[in-house]
Design a protein around this ligand. Structure first.
Ligand SMILES: NC(=O)c1ccc[n+]([C@@H]2O[C@H](COP(=O)([O-])OP(=O)(O)OC[C@H]3O[C@@H](n4cnc5c(N)ncnc54)[C@H](OP(=O)(O)O)[C@@H]3O)[C@@H](O)[C@H]2O)c1
Length: 437
C-alpha cells in the first residue's frame, strides 16, 4: 500500500530496553504485518539505546540495532520518531528535548518526567513542529488520553476519578480479600514482581499524583505540579479500616481525583471508601480504571491493564502509528492530546467530603463526649460512631473509636483533630479516609 508523498517506512529509535522497551518491540513483532496492512506503515525499530549491550534481555534482537551512544539515534536522519522508555526525570527529559531539537517526534511512557517537565517539552515540540505523545504514561494500556482528547472532545468534564496505580490496588485487594496485613501483602507483591523493591513512589501515592497531574492538564487545562496535589498513600491502612469498610458496604481504593465545581478545580490522591455500587469499587488487583463524567456523555469508565510490557507496549505503538499518520501532512504538529496550562480555571485546595476517622483512646467514661464536643464546636456533624471492644496495653485500658463525619472541609477536620489529639485521653489518630457517597 503506497500513497503519494508519504514515507511509509517509519524508522524508530528507542531509548531503553527494559520492561516496556521489550514489550513495545515484541508487540511490534507480533503485529507488524497487521499494522502494515491496515495503515500502510512499515514500522521498524532500527536503533536501540542499550547501555549494557551484553546483558541478557530475554528477547531476540539483532545486536547491530544496539548502540550505547544516544547521539547515534539523534543524528540518524532516517529516524523520525524517538521512543523514550528509560524512565526517571533525567536524563530522560534532556534526551526527549534533544530528540525534538533534532526534528524528531517523541513518544514516552514516562509520567514522572512529563508531570514535571510536560510544559517545557510540549512547547519545545510545538516550536520544532514535531509531535509529543504519551498515552502509555497514564494507565498503561488503557487509551484514556486519546479518548478524552478525540472522541470525547465535545465534553466539558466535571469529574475524573482513577485507580491509576496497579501496585497499591493489588495490595488493597489482597488485604480486603484475604484479611492479610499491609506489610505481608507488600512482601508478597514484591516477590511476585507487582511491587518494586523500593515501593515508596507507589505506596505513598506519588506515582498516581504524577499521572493525575497529566490528566488535569489534559482535562482541565491547568498546570498543577504533582507536589502541589494533596497526596496520601496507603501505608496507614490497617486491618481495622478494611474490616470496617467490608462491614459497611465499601471497598477502600487509592483514588486520584480531580473535580470542577463553579469554576474551581480541586484534586487529591488518597484512599477512599468507595461504595460497592460504584464501578471503581470492583476494580481488583493490578487493574486500573478511570471514571469520568462529562456534561454530554455523562459517566463513563475505562478499565484495563495499567502496566505490564505488552499492554504498555500497545499504547506506545498506538502513539507511533498516530504520529506516522500525521507526519508528512501540512499541519505539522498535533492538537490532540495536547498538554494545556492556561484554561483560566481556578485551582482550589478546598474540597469537602464525608470522612472516616479511626483513633485510639483511653477507655473511660466521658471520652466520647469530649471528642464530639470538639467536633461540634468546629461545626462538624457526626453521622455514626462505632466503639470496638476495649483491650489492655502496657497496663492501660484502650479502645478504638471510629467516626463517620458528614461533609466537611479537609482542613477544618484536620484542625479539629489537632484539638482531639491534645486531649489527655487520646492516644493516637490512626487513620483518616474519605468516604464517597
Ligand atoms: N513497567 C510498566 O508496566 C510501565 C507502565 C507504564 C509506564 N511505564 C514507564 O515506562 C518507562 C520504562 O519503564 P520500565 O518498567 O520499562 O523500566 P525498566 O524495566 O527499569 O527499563 C528501563 C530501561 O532504561 C535503561 N536506562 C535507564 N537509565 C538509562 C540511562 N541513563 N541511559 C541509558 N539507558 C538507561 C535501562 O537499562 P539497564 O537495563 O541496562 O539498566 C533499561 O533498559 C518508565 O518511565 C515507567 O514509568 C512503565
Amino acid at each position: 500500500m503506497e500513497s503519494k508523498g508519504m514515507n511509509n517506512h517509519i524508522k524508530v529509535g528507542m531509548l531503553g530496553i527494559g520492561n516496556v522497551g521489550r514489550g513495545t518491540y515484541q508487540a511490534l513483532e507480533m503485529n507488524h504485518d497487521r499494522i502494515l496492512e491496515t495503515t500502510g506503515f512499515d514500522i521498524e525499530i532500527t536503533r536501540i539505546l542499550n547501555r549494557h549491550p551484553d546483558k541478557d534481555r530475554g528477547i531476540d534482537i539483532p545486536k547491530e540495532k544496539y548502540t550505547a551512544d544516544v547521539n547515534d539515534i539523534f543524528n540518524d536522519p532516517e529516524i523520525s520518531i524517538v521512543v523514550e522508555l528509560i524512565g526517571g526525570i533525567e536524563p530522560a527529559t534532556e534526551y526527549m528535548a534533544e530528540a525534538i531539537r533534532h526534528g524528531k517526534s517523541v513518544v514516552t511512557a514516562n509520567k514522572a518526567a512529563l508531570a514535571v517537565n510536560g510544559k517545557y517539552l510540549a512547547e519545545l515540540a510545538q516550536e520544532h513542529h514535531v509531535l509529543l505523545r504519551f498515552e502509555a504514561a497514564v494507565a498503561g494500556g488503557i487509551p484514556i488520553l486519546t479518548s478524552l482528547t478525540t472522541a470525547l472532545l465535545s465534553n466539558s468534564f466535571t469529574d475524573v476519578q482513577g485507580i491509576l496505580n496497579g501496585t497499591t490496588n493489588y495490595i488493597l485487594t489482597q488485604m480486603s480479600e484475604y484479611g492479610k496485613d499491609y506489610a505481608e501483602v507488600l512482601k508478597d507483591a514484591q516477590a511476585k514482581g507487582f511491587a518494586e523493591a523500593d515501593p515508596t513512589a507507589d505506596v505513598e501515592g506519588f506515582d498516581a499524583a504524577n499521572k493525575l497531574s497529566i490528566l488535569i492538564s489534559l482535562v482541565f487545562g491547568l498546570g498543577v505540579a504533582p507536589d502541589k496535589i494533596p497526596t496520601q498513600g496507603i501505608t496507614a491502612i490497617g486491618s481495622e479500616d478494611i474490616a470496617y469498610a467490608k462491614e459497611s458496604g465499601y471497598n477502600i481504593k487509592l483514588i486520584a481525583s480531580a473535580r470542577e465545581r463553579n469554576g474551581k478545580m480541586n484534586c487529591s490522591v488518597s484512599p477512599v471508601m468507595m461504595p460497592l455500587s460504584h464501578p471503581l469499587a470492583s476494580v481488583s488487583n493490578e487493574f486500573n480504571a478511570v471514571f469520568v463524567t462529562g456534561n454530554a456523555v455523562d459517566s463513563l469508565m475505562f478499565y484495563g491493564r495499567g502496566a505490564g510490557p505488552l499492554p504498555t507496549g500497545s499504547a506506545v505503538l498506538g502513539d507511533i502509528i498516530g504520529i506516522a499518520r500525521k507526519q508528512g501532512k501540512d499541519s505539522a504538529y498535533d492538537l490532540v492530546p495536547q498538554l494545556r496550562y492556561d484554561s483560566g480555571l481556578e485551582y482550589s485546595e478546598e474540597s469537602t467530603s464525608k470522612f472516616y476517622v479511626r483513633m485510639t483512646v483511653t477507655e473511660k467514661p466521658g471520652v466520647l463526649g469530649k471528642i464530639t464536643t470538639i467536633f461540634g464546636n468546629a461545626g462538624i456533624s457526626v453521622e455514626a460512631i462505632q466503639q470496638k471492644p476495649p483491650y489492655d496495653k502496657n497496663g492501660e485500658r484502650l479502645a478504638t473509636l471510629i467516626f463517620i463525619l458528614f461533609e466537611v472541609e479537609r482542613m477544618q477536620l484536620m484542625n479539629a483533630l489537632d484539638e482531639v489529639l491534645k486531649l489527655d485521653v487520646t492516644k493516637s489518630i490512626d487513620n483518616v479516609i474519605k468516604v464517597e457517597e
